[in-house]
Every structure is written in structure tokens, then in C-alpha cells.
Design a protein around this ligand. Structure first.
Ligand SMILES: [Zn+2]
Ligand SMILES: [Zn+2]
Length: 286
């Protein structure tokens, strides 16, 4: 299989054709929502035992690995019935659950897609402010041929949400500072790879103008990615507070009886107690 051409879940029932169309391939997110999302999926994991570590571990720097893709390029090629949806957002200021995005309560339509067959998370809609409404943050551990690629500071090139490091316990290495936006992705336009900014300024994208003539950034044919349309309904988003998407119930993790365990950040607590990060909570005092 060609590198980056297909996304597959742990049990390989869910397969997604990627269109080989990415905004960035190597990202690390320090945020609290991704931290929770990753732990929720780790608890849901029911795939092959020998792949559990691959799918449920955090990155070596305790972040959650991501890559960026466009909803206009991706298509589910098998296992559509296994795709489920959940939401697990919190209000970062209070550290409590929030069914709506605290900053964008009326507009944030983010939902996390996951594979019910094995419990791994697939991706989620981002960013929440609708700057690039069809942009996805995807789980690179399912992307064919993907391997982690670190810069000298131990982080991948693209870094998000460093302001959350006190919550999640991620330790930054200079020159990354707390509160930095991080390192923004190159927002490469689809296949052209020239690093142009049409992902960031969609109005400059040829698809928004006349694709037949305009080619400010890349060959005219290469811009289905950011045309503002979702190719496959599996990737549709849902209004804030919605209970259903594509006829499936959206699970709100906050409604689970033991939901509050996700509000405790193991990485942070482990750091505070000076225990090695690999020590399981509760065992370090024995
Ligand atoms: Zn995140
Ligand atoms: Zn699966």
C-alpha cells in the first residue's frame, strides 16, 4: 500500500481513503481535550492485543500525535457501520465538563470519530472557530506508512496548544514556551506541496475562485481539499449539544458514571508526585 494513501483502524475493519491530501503530517498536541480523547479511546480499546501499545500510548513527549487532512478528500471505503461519535470537551478554565465549546458555544461543531470495532479514535473536526471548516485533525497511528518524525527538541514540526501544559503535564523543551501557539503547520495545499497558504486563507484558494482558470497556488485540479465541502457524510460535524449524527447517537463522555476520572490528568499527577511517568496511579504508594 502506498505511503499515506489509506487510514485503517486497529482491526482493519474501518478503512478510509485519504486522497493523499494533507495540511500537515507531523503534529503534536499538548491540549487537555486531546489528552482526554486519547484516554477515552484507550479505555474503549478492544482491538488486537499486540497492537494495544501502538494505539493507546501517548507520544514520547506525552503529547497526542496528529496529522491534518481535509474533509473534501477523505472517503470511508469499508466498515462505515463501525464508525461511532463521541464528545469529551471540558472548560479549560474550570476543569469541568462542557457540552459546548467554552469559547465557541454556538459555532463549535467538533465531534470525535472513532472505530467501534476496536475502540481507536479516528479524527476530529478542527479548528473550532470555523477558520477552515472542513479541516480534520486525524490519528496518524492509522495512516499507512506513517512514522513519528521529531525535531531536535523532541517535538514534531507542528505543535499545538502549549498553553495547556500545566494541565496535561507535557514538558516543553526550549525554544517552545508555555503559551506559545506552538509551531503552526505549513498548511500545504493539497498535492502541490508548495507550502502556500490556501489552507489558512481559503479565499485565496483556487477552488474558491475559478478552478478552471485560476491557479494561484497549485495545479487547478488539486484543490478539492478545501472547497468547503465534506466528501463523505461520515465526516460531517454536528451542532453544539446535538445528540445524533448520521443517525447514530453522539456519546457524551461526561454522561458516563465514571466520567470524572478523565478530569484527573495522570500525567500531571504523576509529575507532581515525582513518580516516574510509567508508574500506574495508585501503585506508587504501595
Ligand atoms: Zn488538541
Ligand atoms: Zn476496528
Amino acid at each position: 500500500m502506498a505511503a499515506f494513501s489509506e487510514w485503517a483502524c486497529a482491526c482493519e475493519k474501518v478503512k478510509i481513503s485519504t486522497g493523499n491530501n494533507f495540511s500537515y503530517l507531523h503534529g503534536d498536541c499538548c491540549c487537555d481535550d486531546c489528552n482526554i480523547r486519547h484516554r477515552v479511546a484507550a479505555d474503549k480499546y478492544c482491538g488486537p492485543a499486540d497492537k494495544k501499545q501502538h494505539w493507546t500510548s501517548f507520544a514520547p513527549n506525552d503529547t497526542v500525535e496528529l496529522y491534518g487532512a481535509y474533509g473534501g478528500a477523505m472517503e470511508v471505503t469499508s466498515g462505515r457501520e463501525n464508525i461511532g461519535y463521541f464528545r469529551c470537551g471540558i472548560d479549560s478554565k474550570t476543569g469541568t465538563w462542557s457540552k459546548k465549546h467554552p469559547q465557541f458555544p454556538d459555532t463549535c461543531r467538533t465531534v470525535t470519530l472513532y472505530a467501534k470495532c476496536c475502540g481507536v479514535w479516528i479524527g476530529f473536526h478542527g479548528p473550532p472557530n470555523s477558520l477552515v471548516p472542513v479541516h480534520f485533525e486525524m490519528n496518524p497511528r492509522g495512516l499507512s506508512g506513517w512514522t513519528r518524525k521529531e525535531e531536535a527538541d523532541g517535538f514534531q514540526y507542528t505543535v499545538f496548544s502549549t498553553k495547556f501544559v500545566d494541565t496535561t503535564g507535557v514538558k516543553l523543551n526550549p525554544p517552545l514556551k508555555k503559551g506559545d501557539v506552538g509551531r503552526m503547520p505549513p498548511f500545504r495545499c493539497c498535492g502541490c506541496g508548495t507550502g502556500t497558504m490556501c489552507g489558512l486563507m481559503p479565499w485565496l484558494c483556487c477552488s474558491k475562485m475559478d478552478a478552471a482558470k485560476c491557479c494561484m497556488c497549485c495545479p487547478a485540479s488539486c484543490c478539492p481539499c478545501i472547497a468547503g465541502k465534506i466528501k463523505d457524510s461520515a465526516f460531517e460535524s454536528a451542532p453544539p449539544g446535538a445528540t445524533e449524527l448520521n443517525g447514530k447517537q453522539i456519546e457524551y463522555i461526561c454522561d458516563l458514571p465514571d466520567a470524572d476520572k478523565y478530569l484527573k490528568f495522570p500525567l500531571k499527577e504523576a509529575a507532581l508526585s515525582q513518580a516516574p511517568l510509567s508508574v500506574e496511579m495508585g501503585k506508587s504508594q504501595q
